[in-house]
Design a protein around this ligand. Structure first.
Ligand SMILES: Cc1ncc(COP(=O)(O)O)c(C=O)c1O
Length: 309
């Protein structure tokens, strides 16, 4: 197999059957998003957004690109910027792991580290994100840089609606009972669910929130600090479409830790906490019943565990 550059490695990830963790009679299919060159599912929106911006002229050749990121979007953008020839600046909360900073710098990005407001190392809150976002916007203004704005950019959804969703349908021959995903910008969940429900309204789409930060369920945030980095920021993302979510499940830090370990030790998959939360939610959904005989449930392994301390 030959490719012209690293952009060809983004997307078209394989679906893995989690044979050890799937409850008897069911199959959990996990899309191996950690295989993207930036190590996460966020390579997809990074490519979709920058391609669209270049095509529309919003992003000029050689113009600097800036974004707020918990690390993964930054890494995806770094891969795409390297290939397309843009300087990348990433504003990032100090609460994210040092591994993420190192990866961004290794990919040639400049990282602006932003002090935490009310979070703690490894636990980034909505207020921390707001502070990093303000830095990114200020940089764009002062340096005539293209501001990616992943939370408001329609490319975050389009990447999954036209990529992840159709790939899942092709990979399963359309035989899928449910789809499960955590929510950060909501691009993964909203884009993929739109595509799956267009194929069949019967596919149950289940969104996952960190326990104690269940804003999509309409609850007050009682635990803004949680382990599911990249998700659960304590406010409803702008692109959220409540009608797409047939159910919302909350996953605790302890459950995510336990599933992270089980995925590594029993399936050979060293992935991050949101991936672990996704698989935990799949198991709970299947065990709750109601999906019919021999259910097939699809989720995403959002990123590699190598990004975490
Ligand atoms: C590790 C991880 N999991 C899940 C998500 C959520 O993805 P989305 O922004 O598509 O909702 C992100 C987003 O940055 C992430 O970094």
């Amino acid at each position: 197999m030959r490719h012209r550059n690293a952009l060809a490695l983004i997307g078209n990830t394989p679906l893995l059957a989690l044979t050890r963790l799937s409850p008897p009679g069911s199959t959990i299919w996990a899309k191996a998003e950690f295989l993207n060159p930036g190590g996460s599912i966020k390579d997809r929106p990074a490519l979709a957004i920058l391609r669209a911006a270049r095509a529309s002229g919003q992003l000029r050749p050689g113009q600097a690109v800036v974004e707020m990121s918990s690390g993964n979007m930054g890494a995806g953008l770094a891969v795409v910027c390297a290939v397309l020839g843009h300087r990348l600046v990433v504003a990032m909360s100090r609460g994210n792991s040092a591994e993420r900073v190192r990866m961004l710098q290794s990919l040639g990005a400049q990282v602006l580290l932003v002090d935490q407001v009310d979070g703690a190392p490894g636990q980034v809150t909505g207020a921390d994100i707001a502070a990093a976002t303000a830095q990114a916007m200020a940089f764009a203004r002062d340096h005539d840089a293209y501001y990616v704005d992943q939370f408001n950019n329609p490319g975050s959804i389009a990447a999954h609606e036209h990529g992840t969703g159709p790939e899942i349908l092709r990979g399963t021959d359309g035989r899928i009972d449910a789809f499960v995903a955590t929510v950060g910008s909501s691009g993964t969940f909203v884009g993929t669910a739109r595509s799956l429900k267009r194929h069949s309204a019967a596919i149950r789409c289940v969104a996952v929130e960190p326990a104690g930060a269940q804003v999509l369920a309409g609850q007050a945030v009682v635990k803004p600090r949680h382990l599911l980095q990249g998700t659960g920021y304590g406010s409803v993302p702008p692109h959220w479409e409540p009608a797409l979510a047939d159910a919302l499940l909350a996953v605790s830090d302890d459950e995510a830790l336990s599933y992270k370990r089980r995925l590594a030790h029993e399936e050979g998959l060293h992935v991050g906490y949101s991936a672990a939360a996704n698989v935990c939610a799949c198991v709970r959904l299947i065990e709750a019943g109601g999906l019919g005989p021999a259910p097939s449930v699809v989720t995403v392994l959002c990123d590699t565990g190598l990004k975490y301390a």
